[in-house]
Design a protein around this ligand. Sequence first.
Ligand code: ADP
Ligand code: MG
Length: 332
Amino acid sequence: MGEFDLIARYFKRPTRRAALGIGDDCALLQPACGCQLAISSDMLVQGRHFFADVDPRTLGHKALAVNLSDLAACGAKPLAFTLALALPEVNEPWLAAFSEGLFALADAHGCELIGGDTTGGPLNICITVFGEVPVHQGQSLALLRSGAQVGDDLYVSGTIGDARLALDAMLGHLPLPLEVLATARVRLETPTPRVALGLALRGLATSAIDISDGLLGDLGHILERSGVGATVQADDAIESIAAYQDNTRGSNQFGTNLSKDQWRSLALAGGDDYELLFTAPVAQRAAIESAAQAAHTPVRRIGHIDAEPGLRVIDAQGQLLPNSYASFDHFA
Ligand code: ADP
Ligand code: MG
């Protein structure tokens, strides 16, 4: 099968919202009048972002999910994406499953594949997404990292730490009962981009970021860009579905033999969660709660923004904890 047959069979579908889809030298995209385009790229590399034997259906999902998560963090509505794919061989069952996982998530968000590139080489998947953000009275409604204000509440959506828990277990770094691993693995392999929440937070949140490298590390980007500090209550941050499943949350020892400090570390530094971390004024608490409900996405308060620079992590009693929860850095 040649390159063009491959594209036609697995990636070309009838054009819907794009002015011009796959097949020409460029695709043409018409954003709604007065909207800004929000654009983001993410690359997934075998051996670094996924295991060689990962289910191609979940890989298709995740490749797009991590990109949609960036749109969510900006409060952008997904429109379209491009797919640059390096394949070591033409493996039709693999391509069929990959495109199925990819299009299932794309369709769920009305996000259309409008072009890309296909080449031979070590497996590598690079997606660029395009979303739109309205401009209101000359001002972009995009959520940025730079808007956090002193006194703001700090929130996180959903559950965190499970993706890293699964990864550590799969690498043999920690023991995990099989049923707990199965639950956590869903979070690692098929993360849920919080698109509806991002849209609902427009005009409410003062800053936002999606958690890809770990909560504290990604919070650091908000603090740096906003010129503020923050205090995070470590145990409020722990909200892991695996910890729930263990049903021993709150005790010192969890059924998986993880200590409280290990759970804190998973939650604060785990990464790969693709939840939203955001700030909002205290006066907006009720509005944030309504927005979260409308988006069918739980959110919880885990701290606040301070004038004092730096990041403080405290326990439930307000005692300062050593902030040694480093986040993931590809070149560290
Ligand atoms: P060009 O040589 O002009 O870059 P190509 O021959 O590489 O174009 O691709 C032909 C068409 O197929 C283009 O419209 C391109 O956007 C699209 N395309 C190539 N690879 C993919 C892919 N993996 N997914 C979706 N569209 C693709
Ligand atoms: Mg060309």
